[in-house]
Write a protein that binds this ligand. Structure first.
Ligand code: C6P
Length: 579
């Protein structure tokens, strides 16, 4: 059992308040908080040891080099790499995977070869392979998941074949918490002669890892998710794969000898660390590893299971809430609780929680193919780490119950509670904002169909899955009919409803003028004194929330395109992306 109160005392940020409440940080899967020991390591390096590494022939530079290389030894021991030479420092897990795609992939993957990914991969473990496939003519194939959010191992067997060169799979899903059976996947991958890359971004911070017994040829992870600073990540390479890799970035540090016409290269890992590395970051990552080992990775994994189980029990009692992924245990870490609530957009959930000081992530979590597989535009995710308490999970559950009540279709606006509100932290104390936005959200205007010839435009915000379709009928320079349909968060739907409200029956010039005014308002610019924006005034505060400005503008930028359509042009549905 962890002494969580003692651990919390090591994390200065956890004593902050947020929107008048103690901060409840439930977004460690995005990035973890940092203990004092890590912050001190950064500061100490700059105050006492700052010099470039592997270059200076003076004592200070030797000290810096020694600390940098000692962090490499710590990281190697942490994940049981065969030797520190197998540990390459990069910026993050994303760069680690891209390094494999370039240094190993460009040399070993050819036209007609197959790269196997899975339906639960983060974009970081998809896009580098898309790019590689484009460069080489290789083919991407994807292992599906089953209804419980687990990998379909029978499908893996069907997909693996003599053309498979690489299997790239996450160890733990950042959305579902699923733990993939890596050792078994490695056995099957190696049986067809392919290599295995494991994305350890969500596993290395949360459980004991032995890269060799996992059977991973490559293991990628990020320091910032395991108490370390941002800007430092790790690629672990098994020794027998080094000879299959070409240098990727060229420059200082990675060379043995350079003439004007050619160069030879340093041994790994330095061959893959061109230029001055993130010295302070690497040293502080070493401090993070010390901290995690001091607490104990077994105990941290156990704490994740306890948090996850408690979250599942409490959250499943929230009306309309559906949890995704397998329950914590052998098939899931418990480090994440990802869910949807009927009739409430994830952005609204996150904003309402923020108003209570609770930080969670909402959106597609950089897993758009997984969202498509689940049939969801977005979800909300609470994620836990060693400093989270059972009391925080209780706070989360009770705040979510309030959110569910606020959005229940039978809810009357007048009886809303001040905090658990749609618009949430856009203006947590602004009653006008809350009431007007929620009213438009629950009873949107402009839903009635428009008869006759219309111009139809479709707008989408892929960040959160918000969509809107405008059907516009014009007669004699006037808007004779306007239908606004779609789905999205409260701000996006309310803004579309206000648009319909304000524009029906207006001239096209008036519509353009209002459109310019609304765009100016979201840029924080003053409005012409004679421009009456009606309920739209309630959205003024959104200008301070850049992510939500996109939600608020979606219907308006879609309208702009509809208005700019030359008369007589084909009235075909048209997709436009306003991300
Ligand atoms: N996932 C999340 O909120 P970087 O950005 O390179 O440090 O990590 C990328 C990455 C790769 N794989 C997995 C499984 C991940 O979860 C992440 C990062 C964060 O889920 C930020 S999108």
């Amino acid at each position: 059992m962890l002494d969580v109160e003692r651990i919390r005392a090591d994390f200065p940020i956890l004593s902050r308040t947020m929107n008048g409440h103690p901060l409840v940080y439930l977004d460690s899967a995005a990035t973890s908080q940092k203990p004092r020991a890590v912050i001190d390591a950064l500061v100490r390096y700059y105050e006492t040891t700052n010099a470039n590494v592997h270059r200076g022939v003076y004592r200070l530079a030797e000290e810096a080099t020694q600390e940098y290389e000692s962090a490499r030894t710590k990281v190697a021991a942490f994940i049981h790499a065969p030797s520190p030479a197998g540990v390459i420092f990069v910026r993050n897990a994303t760069e680690a995977i891209n390094l494999v795609a370039r240094a190993w992939g460009d040399r070993n993957i050819h036209e007609g070869d197959e790269i196997l990914v899975t339906a639960m991969e983060h974009h970081s473990n998809l896009v580098p392979w898309h790019l590689l496939a484009r460069r080489t003519g290789a083919r991407i194939r994807a292992v599906p998941i089953d209804g419980d959010g687990r990998l379909d191992m029978a499908a893996l067997d069907v997909l693996l074949n003599q053309r498979t060169r690489l299997v790239a799979v996450t160890h733990v899903s950042n959305v579902l918490g699923t733990i993939n059976p890596i050792a078994e996947i490695a056995r099957r991958t190696h049986a067809v002669g392919a290599a295995l890359l494991v994305d350890g971004a969500q596993s290395v911070p949360h459980m004991p890892i032995d890269v060799t017994s996992l059977g991973a040829d490559f293991l990628a992870f990020s320091g910032h998710k395991m108490l370390g600073p941002t800007g430092v990540g790790v690629l672990v390479v098994q020794p027998d794969r080094y000879d299959q890799m070409d240098p990727f970035l060229g420059g200082g540090e990675m060379i043995r000898e350079v003439t004007l016409m050619s160069s030879t290269y340093a041994d790994p890992p330095w061959r893959f660390e061109a230029g001055t590395p993130n010295i302070a970051g690497v040293i502080a990552l070493g401090a993070a590893v010390d901290y995690l080992r001091g607490v104990g990775m077994e105990a941290i994994a156990q704490h994740g299971l306890v948090m996850g189980a408690q979250a599942r029990a409490l959250l499943s009692a929230v009306p309309g809430l559906t949890l995704l992924g397998p329950p914590p245990g052998p098939f899931a870490t418990g480090g994440v609780a990802t869910f949807t609530i009927d009739n409430v957009h994830p952005h609204d959930i996150a904003a309402a929680l923020d108003a209570k000081g609770i930080a969670v992530r909402a959106g597609h979590h950089c897993c758009q193919p997984l969202m498509a597989r689940l049939g969801l535009p977005a979800t909300t995710r609470a994620s836990f780490y060693l400093y989270n308490t059972e009391a925080e999970v209780e706070q989360l559950a009770s705040a979510l119950s309030e959110v569910a009540r606020t959005y229940s279709p039978s809810k009357s606006v007048a009886s809303m509670t001040p905090d658990g509100v749609a618009a949430g932290s856009a203006a947590p104390d602004d009653e006008f904002f809350r009431e007007v936005v929620l009213d438009h959200y629950l009873h949107p205007a402009g839903r009635e169909p428009v008869d006759g010839p219309v111009v139809e435009w479709h707008g989408k915000n892929p960040l959160c899955g918000d969509e809107v379709t405008l059907r516009l009928k014009t007669e004699d320079g006037r808007i004779a009919g306007l239908q606004v349909v779609g789905h999205g968060c409260s701000i996006s739907v309310a803004s579309g409803s206000m648009l319909a409200d304000r524009l029906e029956g207006r001239t096209l010039d008036e519509a353009r003028r209002l459109l310019r005014g609304v765009k100016a308002m979201f840029r924080g610019e003053p409005l012409p004194a004679d421009l009456d924006i009606g309920d739209l005034a309630a959205l003024r505060g959104v200008k301070d929330l850049p992510v939500r400005v996109k939600c608020a503008l979606l219907a308006w930028t879609t309208l702009e395109e509809a208005l700019d359509t030359p008369p007589g042009s084909p009235q075909e549905p048209h997709d436009h992306d306003h991300s």
